[in-house]
Design a protein around this ligand. Structure first.
Ligand SMILES: [Zn+2]
Length: 127
């Protein structure tokens, strides 16, 4: 059975999930042990970034030197998707006077909700 362990790092490179954007994923490496990072988030006070590791046992301790490896393919897809949503939002605002009222970006796809008065397939085809 895999157990999830949470760690806090002094310096971080992993983006936490926030405001419709997903967290980074990847690995934390200490010596020869590799821990998969399955979640990264801010604590309730938004002061500390928590890294959730998938591991059977806990070998990380305070003052350990570790190496973090971000899943770059995932991060890059998120970045591209994020940029695309801003481009579409700009077109929707400038051409049709609509604003985003919701949405979410995932590593494989994203969606936005717009404040159109009614569904208009012509607008979607133009986009
Ligand atoms: Zn943005």
């Amino acid at each position: 059975m895999l157990v999830m362990r949470k760690i806090i790092l002094i310096k971080i490179a992993f983006n936490p999930r926030s405001k419709g954007l997903p967290n980074d994923a990847g690995y934390i490496i200490k010596s020869n042990r590799k821990y998969r990072v399955i979640d990264v988030y801010l604590n309730d006070r938004k002061e500390t970034i928590i890294h959730v590791l998938e591991t059977k046992n806990h070998e990380l301790t305070i003052d350990d030197y570790i190496k973090g490896i971000i899943n770059w393919n995932r991060r890059y897809k998120i970045m591209q998707s994020h940029t695309a949503t801003h481009i579409l939002a700009s077109i929707m605002c400038n051409e049709y006077g609509t604003l985003i009222i919701g949405g979410h970006i995932f590593s494989e796809y994203s969606y936005d909700d717009y404040s159109l008065d009614a569904y208009d397939s012509e607008i979607l085809e133009k986009l």
